[in-house]
Design a protein around this ligand. Structure first.
Ligand SMILES: Cc1ncc(COP(=O)(O)O)c(C=O)c1O
Length: 385
């Protein structure tokens, strides 16, 4: 076995990923378009390992943002269709073809850039803006889009997409989502006389869970059942902030090890800036993870970690590769050993630290905690999916 080279690592439960995938696919309607999102290094989990697993579980396509993310997957042997939702320009169009990436085209510049392909067939998706005002054609551009496509039959519109700005409110008939979905339906109707895309897709995790698990509300929202989904966060076991709950299981655990143990006397201070001082003589553990690994500096003096199945507070300022924890309450137990395990995110004994907890403490969202996990942390696969 290769020795561990660093005292921090990520454990991935592919069997939890599989359960989340199956549950989400079921509530999205098994015949509907379903595109797991693996952008930003698979939401920080490791794009390749996650996509290989999804391919095995029966995913029909995956979504990324950047061209380089698509290239990484192709170079890693992924054969599934890969939708790229981000930007590209004329000089990069050849890359789309070379790596067989399916662009989700959001503006006229991108459409015209595809002319550089010559007359070779390419599947594309079109993205429309229905209220988020980030990426996407506006409804009034439809005539131009159709005119452009009419003379370019080699561009095959396989799908039409929009993106929701607040899937959390999907069950309110006057919420952002309901309004966006109504606009999306109008766009579908305007296109239907001219194009026959196989897929329409719009639902992120929050909207999918809201709609998919509340069948009785579907009619009220005007949802027609043909809207596909592109879940990201929920796939990785993090529940969007909703009243409706489904059983999602975390895929990622972050762990580290004690790299030093020291006594610190009352009145002394610890770590940069001396922001913490023990109320009485203390036993301090130094953990081999820091903000360069993704354990955010904002968690200084706020977060807890798990040691021997108990919560212990993070004390002092989080450093680049080290974080200090107060082990004083555990002094009476058996002797502490260097390299004992410390759980940063995950379960240990009866205790659990969830990514949502760290996000709250760092005044951010779980997405940022997940994608902030450094690519340098080794990913260990816990068990086959
Ligand atoms: C275009 C697009 N679709 C789907 C998603 C997935 O959203 P979520 O992670 O909330 O499920 C994202 C994420 O931001 C996105 O940008």
């Amino acid at each position: 076995m290769t020795p561990e080279l660093r005292p921090a690592f990520i454990e991935l439960s592919l069997s939890n990923l599989k359960k989340n995938f199956q549950l989400l696919r079921r509530i999205s309607g098994t015949s509907n378009f379903f595109c797991p999102m693996v952008k930003a290094n698979g939401y920080g989990h490791g794009a390749l390992v996650i996509t290989r697993a999804l391919e095995e579980f029966g995913a029909k396509q995956v979504g990324v943002n950047l061209l380089e993310e698509g290239i990484e997957l192709r170079n890693g042997g992924i054969r599934l269709p890969i939708l790229t939702f981000g930007s590209f320009e004329r000089s990069q169009v050849e890359i789309l073809r070379q790596f067989d990436l399916t662009p989700v085209v959001h503006c006229m510049d991108q459409l015209t850039a595809l002319d550089a392909l010559g007359r070779q067939n390419m599947k594309i998706h079109l993205k429309f803006n229905t209220g988020m005002n980030r990426l996407g054609f506006d409804e009034n551009e439809i005539p131009n889009v159709l005119k452009f496509l009419k003379s370019r039959s080699w561009l095959q519109v396989e799908g039409v997409a929009t993106h929701l700005l607040q899937g959390e409110d999907a069950l309110h008939s006057d919420g952002h989502t309901a309004r966006q979905i109504r606009r999306f339906h109008q766009i579908q109707e305007a296109l239907s006389a001219h194009l026959s895309p196989t897929y329409f897709h719009s639902l992120n995790s929050a909207a999918l869970i809201n709609y998919g698990s509340s069948q009785k509300d579907l009619d009220q929202t005007g949802w027609r059942g043909e809207l596909g989904s592109r879940p990201g966060l929920s796939l990785y076991g993090i529940h969007p902030n909703l009243k409706t709950k489904i059983e999602l299981l975390p895929v990622m655990q972050v762990k580290s090890r004690l790299v030093a143990i020291r006594e610190v006397r009352r009145g002394e201070v610890v770590s940069y800036g001396g922001t913490w001082s023990p109320p009485s003589d203390a036993l301090i553990g130094v953990v081999g993870i820091g903000y360069s690994d993704g354990f955010r500096r904002a968690l200084s003096n706020r977060a807890s970690m798990l040691f021997r199945g108990r919560r212990v507070p993070v004390v002092g300022t989080v450093c680049m590769g080290l974080t200090l924890i107060d082990l004083t309450s555990m002094k009476s137990g058996s002797k502490m050993e260097l390299f004992e395990e410390v759980v940063v995110i995950g379960q240990q004994g009866p205790e659990c630290i969830r990514c949502e907890e760290l996000a709250d403490l760092a005044d951010t969202i779980p997405y940022e905690i997940l994608v902030g996990q450094s690519e340098r942390l080794p990913r260990k696969i816990l068990e086959p999916g």
